[in-house]
Every structure is written in structure tokens, then in C-alpha cells.
Write a protein that binds this ligand. Structure first.
Ligand code: COA
Length: 257
């Protein structure tokens, strides 16, 4: 159990709040387990018709806890807390929505690719700095981003790993609406309540049809990415990047070939 992820049922909506402000909501193994448990409730509990992922007005999540990254992944990717969470989310049959303010780094951006709708504050900063950390794409991003945004845009986001704004994300088609940060969560929750009031089997059929063209390939991709990601976590490049983060400096990759 962790109190760093809070869940609360509001009507038929399960609100899942990432709550680790002193570490910019960075996600630990225990927090992924709690996120996975929440998505399992979405799968299993008939009273829950929609899930909302949120953080605070200042921060969604700074992504994986970098100290946990430095320790490597405990086991095969799909059996790890993060792998379980991502697979449960990617195969969810009921709607998932996200409210994003401030940083949404790494998995903070890639988990959004598995949400049906995303609302972002004008303070949102998205980033997938996997290559910058000596790592590689995860969460199905190497499949979904090129097919949704086009190959060159996906390559820019994944190879340079720079931060991009809510305006950029809207232009790229990654989010539905830009809000004042104080309104993001309420706007997203209002949408969740509307989704929860829709005919549930019709929504399940709609989601199944939206996901069907890529679902099998997505699962395979996530496994391949996960294996490579685990290997990259043990690489000297990643070790240099994690050390540099702890020392608050830019990593020096000049000695690697
Ligand atoms: N893992 C562990 N600790 C993290 C963290 C992470 N992913 N992200 C932030 N923190 C910690 C910082 O080390 C800092 O700790 P300190 O107060 O002991 O120095 C604290 O959270 C606050 O972060 P800070 O960097 O001072 O906040 P900021 O507002 O200036 O910047 C971010 C916010 C998210 C842009 C920045 O923290 C960041 O880039 N974090 C790393 C993101 C990342 O690479 N994630 C992995 C993606 S694959």
C-alpha cells in the first residue's frame, strides 16, 4: 500500500491522483502497483465506468523515479509493476481520461497515449527524454507516435527528447483541450461523468473498435520495447545519465560509441 497514489470514487468515476509533490510526482514501483490496482478495478468493478488520472495543479508526473531506474527493473518487463500497469491500461475496455498540469515526463506522456481523452493545463510540459537518459521508447510509443503524428515528428520527440507545450500537444493531436490549470481537473471530471452516463456496452464496443487495428501489434511492441528498455537500463550510457541527474549536470555521452 502507498499513500502516494490516492483513489476516490466520484459517482461511477474512479479518480486516481498521483500525490508525491516533493518528488514532482515521480513514480516508484509501489506507485505503479497502486496505479495497476486502480486499472484492475476499472476492469473488474461494474460500478466503475471510467477512470481519471490526475496529479495536482502544478504537476502531473516527472515520470519514473530516477533512483528506481538506476536500480534496474525487477524481472521481465511485463511482470514488473510498470509493465503490469501499462498492459492493464492498454487493454482496458472502459474509458480512461487524463487531466495534466505542469510536467508530464516520460511515462507521464506515454501513458496518455492509452487514454481516450486528455485535458491539459496551459502550464503543461510534455517530454519523452528516453534517449537523453540512455534509454529507448516505452509504453507502445514507438508504434503509436509515428502512426499518429508521422515518422519525422515522432523521431523528433523521441530522439531529441525535448519538452513541448500544451499548444504543441494540441497541434499534434495528443490532447483534446487546453484549460486554465485550476480548471483542468474539473473539465476532465465533467467529461468522465458524461462518459459514465453513456451506454456502457456501446462505449466498450467503440473503444474496442478504436483499439482493434493496433492492439495485437501494440502488445508485441510493448514487450519488445520493455526488453530493450531493461537492457538499456543496465547500459553505461544510462548509468552516466542517472549520475548526471543526481549531480545536477548535463550527461557527457562523448566517450561512448
Ligand atoms: N525521479 C526522482 N526524483 C525526481 C524526479 C524523478 N524522475 N524528478 C524530479 N525529482 C526530484 C528532484 O531531484 C528534486 O529533488 P531535490 O529537491 O532533492 O533536489 C525534486 O524532485 C524537485 O525537482 P526539480 O528538478 O527541482 O523541479 P523542477 O520544477 O525544477 O523540474 C522536472 C521539474 C520534472 C522538469 C525535473 O525535475 C526533471 O526533469 N525531472 C526528471 C524527469 C525525468 O527524466 N524522468 C524520467 C523520464 S524517463
Amino acid at each position: 500500500m502507498t499513500d502516494l497514489v490516492l483513489t476516490e470514487q466520484q459517482g461511477h468515476v474512479l479518480v486516481v491522483r498521483i500525490n508525491r509533490p516533493d518528488r514532482k510526482n515521480a513514480l516508484t514501483h509501489a506507485m505503479y502497483t497502486a496505479l495497476g490496482d486502480a486499472v484492475e478495478q476499472l476492469h473488474e468493478n461494474a460500478a466503475i465506468r471510467c477512470v481519471l488520472f490526475t496529479g495536482s495543479e502544478e504537476c502531473f508526473t516527472a515520470g519514473n523515479d530516477l533512483s528506481d531506474f538506476a536500480a534496474g527493473l525487477p524481472g521481465a518487463f511485463e511482470e514488473t509493476p510498470v509493465g503490469r500497469f501499462l498492459f492493464l491500461l492498454a487493454t482496458a475496455t472502459k474509458p480512461a481520461v487524463a487531466a495534466v498540469n505542469g510536467p508530464a515526463v516520460g511515462i507521464g506522456t506515454t501513458l496518455l497515449l492509452h487514454c481516450d481523452m486528455v485535458f491539459a493545463g496551459n502550464n503543461a510540459r510534455f517530454q519523452m527524454p528516453f534517449a537523453n537518459l540512455g534509454l529507448c521508447p516505452e509504453g507502445g510509443s514507438s508504434l503509436l507516435l509515428p502512426s499518429w503524428l508521422g515518422r519525422v515528428r515522432a523521431a523528433e520527440l523521441l530522439m531529441l527528447g525535448g519538452a513541448f507545450t500544451a499548444d504543441d500537444a494540441y497541434r499534434l493531436g495528443l490532447i483534446n483541450r487546453i484549460c486554465e490549470p485550476a480548471d483542468t481537473e474539473a473539465t476532465a471530471l465533467d467529461t468522465c461523468q458524461k462518459l459514465a452516463a453513456q451506454a456502457p456496452a456501446a462505449l466498450r464496443a467503440t473503444k474496442e473498435l478504436l483499439n482493434r487495428p493496433t492492439l495485437e501489434e501494440l502488445k508485441t511492441t510493448m514487450l519488445v520495447e520493455g526488453k530493450k528498455f531493461s537492457e538499456r537500463l543496465k547500459s553505461p550510457e544510462a548509468a552516466e545519465a542517472f549520475k548526471a541527474f543526481m549531480e545536477k549536470r548535463t550527461p557527457d555521452f562523448s566517450k561512448f560509441d
